[in-house]
Design a protein around this ligand. Structure first.
Ligand SMILES: Cc1cc2nc3c(=O)[nH]c(=O)nc-3n(C[C@H](O)[C@H](O)[C@H](O)COP(=O)(O)OP(=O)(O)OC[C@H]3O[C@@H](n4cnc5c(N)ncnc54)[C@H](O)[C@@H]3O)c2cc1C
Length: 425
């Protein structure tokens, strides 16, 4: 049996030459496209789903963390524009800053994100996967995509990898790290209704029953379920399932989706049988895609580390601020690490974390920037991902305008442009 086949070489049609190509339309990618377009660049955003939002929508993650350092707002710009528009559209009951997280309705977010990007002049190409890259020396020459039209190419001046998984980083041969064997676990989120103790959480009797089942190995999920009351009576958002695996491996990702769905159905049944008030619980919706926390991390000009986060370090080339602590979920059991930053403390993320060690014409944004595993535990939440994305987009637009490489950008000038776009540095 053959173990490889050879694909005949062929010419691929180039369908666009934008100043900036953004790969992935999650919190970071949407912000990058918006920032680049508002900085005057022609922008094309390619997204594999039929809607924007990434984990915010496809992952069903309803709580955007965190806009504040518990004393003041520390994230503005795109993240603020999104929050204002979402509140006005009825997609959130409270503005950011009013509590530990900003609640969002994924269905309204899909429309708010597309509206913001369309108004900024971003061209969208949905249902399209970034699958490859060609190089001219160290320079990214073209990005290869696949969709229902077949295989096509895009030749941007600068590309931003906002795929969360660093797909373009990997395809273009830029260096990255991946903690094989101990990646943070995946979680299929879901919403359920018919719960009588709404809007309160589990009472002490319910928590005792869950603990006992976990100890006896009869609980259907490896972790204690997190549940958050939604606006409609009886309805909750569940962050409850947990599956170890590697989302950059299709077979592992498939196993994770199947196992997580088994956990959802098992948990609902367990709740019906064991927790007073849950006798009539019913599933409303599971997220379209299992939630991803950790895969590839770029090896950049600087790697953000644990001490940078915990000591609240400030960098001269800081392009985004973050006050979320280190939150690492354990792939092998119910527990994890959560280290909070004290109220009033935050740190900045250096621009160098977005720039590959070696590879030109490419920037990273969001979950796949250059950070240690501990630091990723902090940067991975959605408000800082938006702030990082906006910075990547504005930097990419500056590169295109001035015919510079990302490593040649003047960080002080970039910071000024970001502040003009409402960023809080
Ligand atoms: C279960 C769970 C709970 C969480 N809880 C919270 C929370 O309470 N608060 C919070 O703020 N954060 C939370 N997070 C973290 C947060 O949701 C993510 O880290 C964040 O969304 C990362 O943003 P991103 O834009 O970098 O990546 P993503 O949100 O992963 O977006 C990446 C986008 O790129 C697209 N894409 C991927 N590959 C390709 C490709 N090859 N071609 C084209 N498109 C591609 C994807 O479809 C997606 O739209 C949670 C995460 C999980 C999984």
């Amino acid at each position: 049996m053959l173990h490889t086949v050879s694909e005949p070489s062929r010419s691929i049609p180039v369908i666009a030459h934008p100043d900036v190509l953004v790969a992935g339309g999650g919190p970071a990618g949407a912000a990058a496209a918006w920032g680049a377009a508002r900085a005057g660049a022609s922008v094309l955003l390619v997204e594999r789903h039929g809607f924007l939002g990434g984990m915010l929508t496809a992952g069903g993650v309803r709580n955007v963390r965190q806009y504040t350092d518990h004393r003041r707002l520390i994230i503005g710009g795109f993240a603020q524009a999104y929050a204002n528009r979402l509140c006005a559209a009825g997609g959130s009951p409270r503005p950011p800053g009013d509590g530990p997280f900003f609640r969002q309705d994924p269905e309204i977010s899909k429309f708010v994100l597309q509206s913001l990007l369309e108004e900024a002049g971003v061209r969208l190409l949905l249902h399209t996967l970034v699958v490859g890259a060609t190089l001219a020396g160290e320079q990214l020459h073209a990005v290869l995509i696949e969709n229902k039209s077949g295989r096509q190419a895009i030749q941007p001046r600068i590309a931003v990898d906002a795929t969360g998984d660093g797909d373009l980083i990997a395809r273009s041969g830029a260096a990255f790290e991946k903690a094989d064997g101990c990646l943070q676990p995946m979680t299929l989120t879901f919403t359920a209704g018919g719960i009588a103790f709404w809007p309160n959480g589990f009472n002490s009797d319910a928590r005792r029953r869950i603990e006992k089942a976990l100890q006896m190995g009869t609980f259907p999920c490896p972790k204690r379920p997190g549940l958050f009351a939604l606006e409609r009576p009886g309805e909750y958002y569940f962050n409850a399932t947990r599956v170890a695996g590697d989302a950059t491996d299709a077979a592992s990702l498939t196993r994770a989706e199947l196992e997580a769905r088994r956990q959802v159905m098992g948990l609902l049944e367990w709740l019906r049988r064991n927790i007073p008030g849950c006798e009539n619980v019913f599933l409303i919706q599971s997220a379209p895609h299992i939630g991803l926390r950790e895969t590839r991390r770029l090896k950049g000009l600087y790697t953000l580390c644990r001490e940078d986060v915990l000591e609240g370090r400030e960098f001269e080339d800081g392009i985004a601020r973050n006050a979320y602590g280190i939150d690492i979920h354990n792939p092998d059991g119910p527990d994890g690490i959560m280290i909070h930053l004290e109220a009033g403390r935050s740190y900045t993320i250096p621009y160098r974390c977005l720039v590959p060690e070696k590879r030109d014409g490419l920037l990273a944004a969001g979950r796949c920037i250059s950070a240690s595993r501990d630091a990723l535990g902090s940067t991975r939440v959605m408000a800082p991902c938006m702030a990082i994305g906006q910075a990547a987009g504005v930097a990419a637009a500056s590169c295109a305008r001035q015919n510079l490489q990302p490593r040649q950008i003047d960080a002080a000038a970039l910071r000024r442009l970001l502040i003009e776009q409402g960023a809080i540095l």
